[in-house]
Design a protein around this ligand. Structure first.
Ligand code: SF4
Length: 358
């Protein structure tokens, strides 16, 4: 498969010495290489280097009964080395809620760890990289939502799940990239406010045209905003009509108009793998690089992945060493704490999402 992917993060510091035998390290290195399925970018030597860390993380998880959740955009060493559950926002919020373990380590950006805390407030939620934000969730405040409510009294407010707990507390329901169309269509009335993603909001405006007026906030994902319809058209000219273009709904309308398939990262992965099984191997994935890495690891048929993915600096802020440190001795800023009144209001918002999405 051909796709320019970001470089593999280098270990930050020596992981320290653990009491694993050479045979255990070798077996773990082989397991990692087999799971990651990118022998050039993740050769056995690299896997040997990280094997003691993944072994130690997995040992600590077991010893302390920790459930480790990772978003699809995390790096393959985290996804295939130490995660117990890997998926997109919607599936992960349910996994956090339903996990029997009382401690969750969330390898992702901050708002996702906050979401895990909202759906299971009695659990301890550890977030290894407190600095890992998101241009969408950082681009809107609770006051912005209160201002919109004052401007449009009585109009329901739907927020993308990429928002802080404080913003969720001000909104009526959260949506994710896998359910925003279904949920927004089911909201009462002929008008709704959608925050904070203007691209997803524009997609909603188009989908609900004639049924509902959609008032849209002005935020955007700095990763998906990079793609343009012009680039897609150029690739189509180069590769031909057999190229299947798969795009995430955080992309602009210009890109989505060119796409053959629009869906959440999980749906994009399934569709790319499905195309391989029906003899349509030419695929362009318009989203964050982690999606392509999962396709490469999980597709059994050979695929030709075209174009360039874009890396999210927030999602890639977490490394195995951060997870190890947070498991060994979490700092105060790595344990998610949210005001109980905000949790109660945000919980109602997420309960509405689960109810309307099913
Ligand atoms: S990819 Fe975009 S939406 Fe996702 S965490 Fe990064 S900045 Fe936020």
């Amino acid at each position: 498969m051909s796709l320019p992917l970001p470089v593999i993060p280098l270990p930050r510091e020596e992981p320290g010495s653990f009491s694993f035998t050479e045979a255990e390290i070798e077996a773990e290195a082989l397991r990692l290489q087999e799971a990651i399925q990118q022998h050039q970018r993740w050769p056995l030597e690299t896997c040997r280097g990280i094997a003691p860390i993944t072994l130690e993380i997995n040992r600590l998880k077991k010893e302390n009964d920790v459930f480790l959740i990772a978003h699809t955009y995390q790096t393959p060493d985290i996804i295939y080395g130490v995660a117990d559950e890997v998926a997109d926002s919607y599936t992960l919020s349910k996994a956090a809620r339903d996990a029997p373990q009382q401690t969750i380590l969330f390898s992702s950006v901050r708002f996702m760890a906050e979401t895990a805390k909202i759906v299971s407030p009695h659990k301890t939620v550890i977030h290894p990289s407190p600095e890992a934000g998101c241009s969408l969730s950082d681009g809107i405040t609770a006051q912005d939502v209160r201002d919109l409510r004052a401007q449009y009294p009585g109009v329901p407010v739907a927020c993308y799940i990429n928002t802080t707990a404080a913003v969720k507390a001000e909104c009526d329901v959260s949506v994710t990239s896998s359910n925003y169309l279904r949920i927004c269509e089911r909201l009462p009335g002929d008008k709704l406010i959608f925050v904070p993603d203007r691209f997803m909001g524009a997609h909603l405006q188009k989908a609900l045209q004639g049924k509902k007026e959609v008032i849209v906030f002005d935020g955007e994902c700095e990763v998906h905003a990079v793609f343009t319809g012009e680039k897609v058209r150029q690739w189509r000219q180069r590769i031909g009509e057999n190229l299947s273009v798969l795009a995430h709904p955080e992309c602009s309308a210009d890109v989505l108009e060119e796409a053959d398939f629009v869906g959440s990262s999980e749906k994009l992965i399934h569709e790319a793998i499905r195309l391989g099984t029906v003899g349509q191997p030419d695929v362009m994935l318009i989203t964050e690089c982690g999606t392509a890495e999962r396709v490469m690891a999980e597709a059994e048929e050979e695929l030709n992945l075209y174009g360039a993915c874009v890396m999210c600096r927030h999602m890639k802020a977490t490394q195995l060493e951060d997870i190890l440190q947070a498991l060994q001795a979490p700092r105060v800023d790595q344990v998610i704490e949210i005001d109980s009144e905000i949790i109660a209001r945000a919980q109602h918002n997420l309960d509405e999402m689960f109810r309307l999405a099913e």
